[in-house]
Ligand binder design. Structure first.
Ligand code: ZN
Length: 402
């Protein structure tokens, strides 16, 4: 799909995207006075349940068996594989260096809460079959993918203790052109699975030659799926980036502002409940949002609009991994946790649809709202006003729900 990596099962799960609410347009601001009577509300009233049973934006992700919890140190074994028809030449170090920066990237993105401890097994593991035999060129099925992982683990088993690791990265020789893209293998309790050293291998990223195009962030994107996140780019249509543009690397690995959305940070436990301002029913409140790129402060304002839907506002700045952000200010988006991966579980509202994007930016990359702008959605009674309290690291907004 346009060279974009994706999870395999996700594609098959593509039921019609549920009807998404139409998004209201940006309108000139008329400040709503903060409601002094508003009471503090528990953030958990805005935590939406997942409804897909797979990777989605819900807060009910199964972190005990199905996915790995994105906190603390995750131990990754990196295996280098070559094939009878695509033998490796030279050392594995170039391959390791191409992907290793993924660990530092995730550590910064997570405010230091998640560490990838990547251990390279510095030798070439010969696979038993030709690179062209695994089905990558035809999109590869789950069964073919599991067999690929199983064969690699079996071939590496004499040299590694798999019981010491949470997941596996499989890196193919450059000459294996048939291993073209980088799907993620996710635990499925209904399959025979892959076992070594008494341990079920639940998660693996099998890199393809696109790792030389995307760079290390392909590892962060794919590892995000093992943390339960869906793809935010579109599986259908022609504009694959119509939902979130270059915001969040689950949308575009090469996007201008690839740091994870505040909503996903909350799901992950990178931000705490006390950093979430929740409006679960009608009312209004004023919120000072500290930019998500740096730790501390209130990170997201959530206005619940239904059992599985909400509007979210967060502050973004062109710092850290977002230093090429095309617009900064208040990012507003709609989340629906019943929507399948690849069908728009997150949809960003463009606050500047008439802006002319500079080189390297898409229209949706210009989406951030500025002081004086407002967003309204008549269908849900939601209104978000960006107030005049912006500083280099925070924005002030007023949120209202009729
Ligand atoms: Zn993906």
């Amino acid at each position: 799909m346009s060279g974009s990596p994706h999870t395999l099962r996700a594609i098959a799960a593509g039921a019609a995207a549920t009807a998404l609410l139409s998004l209201g347009a940006a309108v000139p601001t008329a400040h709503a006075a903060p409601d002094p009577a508003h009471r503090a509300t528990a953030a958990t009233d805005c935590a939406l349940p997942g409804r897909t049973g797979w990777t989605d934006e819900g807060h009910t992700t199964d972190y005990t068996t199905q996915f790995q919890r994105p906190l603390g140190t995750r131990h990754v074994l990196m295996l280098f594989v070559d094939f009878p028809d695509a033998r490796a030449a030279g050392s594995t170090s170039d391959y390791y260096r191409q992907l290793a920066p993924a660990a530092d990237w995730l550590k910064r993105d997570s405010y230091g809460r998640t560490t990838l401890d990547i251990t390279p097994l510095n030798r070439w593991i010969r696979m038993p079959q030709d690179s062209t035999s695994y089905g990558f060129q035809r999109g590869i099925t789950f069964e073919q993918h599991e067999a690929y992982v199983r064969q690699a683990v079996a071939a590496a088993d004499p040299y590694a203790d798999f019981s010491r690791f949470d997941m596996v990265y499989l890196v193919p020789s450059k000459s294996a052109a048939a291993i073209s893209f980088s799907p993620t293998y996710l635990f499925d309790p209904t399959t025979a699975g892959v076992t070594a050293d008494g341990t079920r291998i639940k998660w693996a990223v099998t890199f393809g030659q696109d790792m030389w195009h995307w760079g290390f962030k392909v590892a962060d994107h794919e590892t995000g799926h093992t943390f339960g996140l869906p793809d935010l780019y579109a599986f259908t249509g022609t504009d694959y980036h119509r939902f979130v543009g270059g915001w969040d690397l689950m949308g575009d690995i090469a996007g201008a502002a690839p740091q994870h959305l505040g909503w996903e940070r909350w799901k992950f436990g990178w931000i705490d409940d006390r950093q979430v301002a929740c409006l679960p029913t009608s009312g209004s409140r004023t919120v000072r949002l500290r930019a998500v790129e740096s730790p501390g402060g209130t990170k997201v304002a959530v206005i619940r609009t239904g059992e599985t839907s909400a509007y979210v506002a967060e502050s973004r700045r062109a710092v850290g991994a977002d230093d090429h952000a095309c617009s900064t200010g208040v990012l507003i988006y709609q989340v629906d946790t019943s929507v399948q991966t690849g069908y728009g579980p997150v949809r960003i509202v463009n606050g500047n649809p008439d802006a002319t994007p500079p080189s390297g930016c898409r229209a949706l990359d210009m989406a951030a709202f500025h002081a004086g702008q407002s967003f309204t959605d008549p269908a849900t009674g939601v209104r978000i006003d960006v107030d005049d309290g912006s500083t280099t690291s925070q924005d002030e907004i007023s949120i209202t729900k009729r």
